[in-house]
Design a protein around this ligand. Structure first.
Ligand SMILES: [Zn+2]
Ligand SMILES: [Zn+2]
Length: 498
């Protein structure tokens, strides 16, 4: 049977039909006879004779034609084979890429090796999976060492336990404490330092406090005064002595006058024993006055140990605006002696033998910085004055100057361990001290004394006595002159003439 091609939609149908079975359009009489299948295909693809008003019908017919073309495509198996080949190539590429990233097999590893060059690389089958360290659990983050060369182990566990990250230990100041690769620390010098423990991306620190008394800081009674930058020879008779006791990066000052004793601060809890031993060596039986300048551990921390050993007749404190264990320990130690802590204000005085201790500051009790709440004491003996400032910083220094108090003193216990934040010019100009004693620890973490403070003291022609370099410093006065002595014989003060 002959077939013809519809003029309208291009579909092929038997010559006997009056209408196109696809578009239902009547025969026009101009339809082509089908010669061969390939020609039909060509004609359908070209579709040159479609009229625009039958677009929908044409599209439908085209879809049908395309469908029949696909079904009948003799190249179909070849196309499938090509697609399968492409998929296979893609899968192989992905596999090679993954092997490369995991550093396995013969391909080079991107992961840095934690083994040394001499250690054979683990084989593919035995290499443990990398479990990143997620945390470090430490038994204690503060360790105290009390003798030179003493060793303690930092006990730290990585979480999870099967992490392949390696623990490393680094000491910030090996002159204070050294640490080996297993976390064993060794006390090398008096002071405080930080050990940084690293495991993968996790970092923790451990504070190491070496507050033992260095061998060279022998008790004052066995170390004769060596040098004095003040040639004044003191008269025989009663005196006032201020002992700036070497307790490392902390304050502790013993005032001794005509058989009476006042202790201003006692360093850290660890230095309490140093202070107790020092007092016993001097033959102190009881303390007329104990002062906690401000509630910081490096000032009141050692007082509980002292109050356990020595009866204190009076206990003074600066304003306490916050409470922690250090503060409670101090208050409880006072309570154990049945002594009320007296929160003294400017104008309060105390008679220590022939010396007068007067409270000058703080002039406000609401400073944001605890250091500015430090009790400021002027100790007067005859014509000589010592000014003790705790950790007072420049904010309170300025207020003190503005309060109109007479700040002129011969000796200044330099504020806040020689920090740049204290010893402002406006303050030094009022005090105009001849001597400045800086209480700080050897190689301390804070970098005390700071160059800025040292520079201002030097510009003010203050002779500088550093406890970290000279050990315990003693300033003795007969009420007319001052004689300074110190523990380390070879150490020298900085003097304006030098
Ligand atoms: Zn301090
Ligand atoms: Zn402080």
């Amino acid at each position: 049977m002959n077939r013809i091609i519809c003029d309208i939609c291009g579909s092929e149908y038997p010559e006997t039909e009056e209408r196109c079975p696809v578009c239902n359009y009547p025969r026009q009489g101009t339809e082509k006879l089908v010669a061969a299948e390939s020609e039909v295909v060509q004609s359908k693809v070209k579709g040159g004779r479609f009229s625009s008003k039958n677009v929908k019908k044409r599209q439908k017919a085209q879809r049908k034609a395309a469908q029949s073309q696909g079904e009948g495509n003799p190249n179909k198996p070849l196309i499938i084979v090509i697609i399968l080949l492409l998929v296979a190539i893609l899968l192989v590429s992905v596999y090679i890429g993954m092997r490369f990233l995991h550093g396995r097999g013969a391909l080079p590893s991107l992961r840095p090796s934690q083994t040394t060059a001499s250690t054979p690389a683990p084989t593919e089958s035995t290499a443990p999976p990398t479990v990143p360290c997620q945390g470090l659990v430490m038994e204690a983050n503060v360790l105290d060492l009390e003798t030179l060369g003493e060793q303690k182990q930092i006990t730290v566990t990585a979480v999870p336990g099967d992490t392949t990250d390696v623990l490393t230990f680094v000491s910030a100041d090996p002159a204070v404490a050294e640490v080996d690769e297993n976390g064993l620390i060794t006390a090398m010098g008096s002071g405080q330092t930080t050990i940084t423990i690293t495991c993968g991306d996790v970092v923790k620190t451990c504070t190491v406090v070496c507050w033992f008394q260095p061998e060279t800081t022998a008790p004052v009674t066995t170390v004769p005064p060596t040098t004095s930058s003040n040639s004044t020879s003191l008269r025989p008779g009663p005196k006032l002595k201020a002992h700036f006791i070497d307790v490392g990066q902390a304050d502790s000052i013993l005032l001794e006058c005509e058989g009476s004793y006042a202790l201003v601060d006692a360093g850290y809890p660890q230095s309490g024993k140093i202070v107790v031993d020092y007092l016993k060596e001097l033959g102190v039986a009881r303390l007329d006055l104990v002062v906690g300048t401000h509630p910081h551990g490096d000032h009141i921390g050692g007082l509980p140990k002292v109050l356990k050993e020595f009866k204190a007749d009076n206990i003074w404190s600066g304003p306490i605006t916050y409470y922690n264990n250090t503060v409670y320990d101090f208050l409880n130690a006072a309570k154990a002696q049945n002594e009320e802590v007296q929160y003294v204000k400017p104008g309060t005085t105390f008679q220590l033998g022939g010396a007068t201790i007067e409270v000058l500051g703080p002039v406000k009790d609401n400073y944001e910085d605890i250091n500015d709440l430090s009790l400021v004491l002027m100790v007067t003996y005859g014509n000589i004055k010592y000014l003790l400032t705790g950790d007072m910083e420049s904010v309170a220094e300025k207020d003190l100057v503005n309060s109109g108090a007479d700040l002129k003193a011969d000796l200044l216990k330099v504020g806040h361990h020689g920090s740049y934040s204290s010893s402002s010019y406006v303050f030094l100009r009022e005090v105009m001290p001849t001597y400045g004693v800086i209480m700080c620890g050897r190689n301390n973490d804070y970098g005390h004394p700071h160059d800025a403070a040292l520079g201002r003291l030097q510009n003010a022609d203050v002779s500088i006595y550093r406890v970290d370099q000279m050990g315990t410093v003693i300033a003795t006065t007969d009420g007319r002159g001052i004689f300074l002595s110190w523990a380390f014989r070879d150490a020298k003060p900085w003097t304006p003439a030098a």
